[in-house]
Design a protein around this ligand. Structure first.
Ligand code: PMP
Length: 436
């Protein structure tokens, strides 16, 4: 028995070291990190430039409490981050992870509403399915029953609208009409809740673990922004998974030219080199809250210089090696290869995603998109078959409100075409073993 406990009893080998897209266990077995951990390791493992920057910071100071000192690392990272955000979204608040970034966004939004005399606004509408974090505030916004339901009595009930799972729809609408149809669900919900009670709407621009790289039709994004504006509701983009180049742009929001009011970042932002996240907000929102006496929020470790030095080096590396561009290019190659699998495996019903945030879904019937029987346990079986063969992929069993098996393929953004081939060969081998 180990004193350390994890979320489940599934035993895993001891990690020895990482190098680029590969991880090695203590027995020397090599794994391709096909999901960048949990869509984290965007610049790959053991990047020498990032490690050198961290060493240099370590030799100076690893911690200075943010209420006692400014640090060059945190100021420089804030400036760099702001420069990568849409115009006007330029105030940065550091945290140590994605849930903290989402919590911070909700609390900033609420405090801002209070400064505007809008005390009645407190509801944050989110989507179902969705994932926004495991702290109780972020979990209240998370549309994923297995994780959230046990804690219902301990959380405020927050309204949710259906995420645009258009790949399941069998109607005669055009893609554009479908996008608008799903966006209008937000207007309906705001109206049902009472517009003066709604504070914000939060969404993952490309769905993460809960929906399996769900991309909405183009029309969805602009209409959601319009509806938020119409009712004076803040639009929060949870870019914890999609940010830092993952989808082929630094922010996924750039694909549709959307300017959210608040953005949550983490995961690829420090790419696994340090626990780091950020909440980035509209300048006037932050000014109003600071004028009202300060932001009533903060985490002890937030913005520590070591984490910020890591984040700064990671973003420098994303820019230096054009990893965002590589994510777009390799994303095309990999997506085409995954789509090619549909001809070979009848049980692959859908391939989706953007850049290197890709997924495929397994079904028992491609026409009806009927999911595989739960008893087949496909999501964990395929993951294990790949794992045995030295490929790590990430799966979840959920889709548009009902069960279904999807698999996220999201390697580090440094991946080469030859490595895509290497990864696909292992995946196909695992799929062959699954099909037998
Ligand atoms: N938001 C999104 C979109 C995520 O994917 C995650 C993590 N999977 C979180 C928030 C929570 O991040 P963390 O686990 O770092 O708290």
């Amino acid at each position: 028995m180990s004193n350390l406990f994890y979320q489940s009893r599934q035993p895993r080998p001891f990690l020895d070291r990482g190098e680029g897209i590969y991880l090695f266990d203590v027995d020397g077995k090599r794994y391709i990190d096909g999901s960048s951990g949990a869509m984290v390791s965007n610049v790959g493992h053991s990047n020498p430039r990032v490690l050198a920057a961290m060493r240099a910071q370590m030799d100076k100071a690893t911690f200075g409490y943010r209420l006692h000192f400014r640090t060059e690392a945190s100021e420089a990272l804030a400036a760099k981050t702001a420069a990568l955000m849409p115009e006007g979204i330029d105030r940065v608040f550091f945290v140590s992870g994605g849930s903290e970034a989402v919590e911070s966004a909700i609390k900033l939004a609420r405090q801002y509403a209070l400064t505007q005399g809008q005390d009645s606004r407190w509801k944050v509408i989110s989507r179902f399915p969705s994932y926004h974090g495991c702290t109780l505030g972020a979990l209240a916004l998370t549309g994923y029953d297995p994780l959230a339901r046990p804690f219902d009595p301990m959380m405020r009930d927050m309204p949710k609208i259906a995420a645009p799972t258009t790949y399941l729809d069998r109607d005669n609408l055009s893609e554009e009409e479908r996008g608008l149809k799903y966006a209008e669900l937000l207007r309906d919900e705001i109206t049902a809740q009472g517009p003066d009670t709604v504070l914000a709407f939060i969404m993952e621009p490309v769905g993460g673990a809960s929906t399996g790289a769900l991309v909405a039709p183009e029309s969805y994004y602009g209409r959601i922004r319009e509806i938020c504006d119409e009712f004076g509701i803040l639009l929060i983009y949870d870019e914890v998974m999609t940010g830092a180049g993952r989808t082929g742009k630094f922010l996924a929001a750039e694909h549709w030219g959307i300017t959210p009011d608040i953005i949550a970042l983490s995961k690829g932002f420090a790419a696994g080199y340090a626990p780091l996240g950020a909440m980035v907000a509209r300048n006037d929102i932050v000014e109003a809250v600071l004028d009202s006496g300060g932001f009533l929020h903060g985490f002890t470790y937030a913005g520590n210089p070591l984490a910020c030095a890591a984040g700064l080096a990671v973003i420098d590396e994303i820019e230096r090696a054009d990893l965002t561009g590589n994510a777009a290019r390799m994303g095309e190659v990999l997506k085409a290869r995954l789509e090619g699998l549909m001809a070979r495996y009848a049980f692959i019903g859908d391939v989706r995603g953007k850049g290197l945030l890709l997924a495929f879904e397994m079904v028992s019937d491609r026409d009806t998109m009927e999911p595989l029987p739960t008893a087949l346990n496909a999501h964990s079986r395929l993951v294990e078959l790949a794992y045995e063969r030295g490929l790590i992929i990430y799966s979840r069993r959920t889709r548009g409100g009902i069960t279904g098996d999807h698999f996220m393929i999201a390697p580090p953004l440094i991946i080469t075409e030859a490595q895509v081939d290497e990864m696909m060969a292992i995946l196909e081998d695992a799929l062959d073993a699954f099909a037998l």
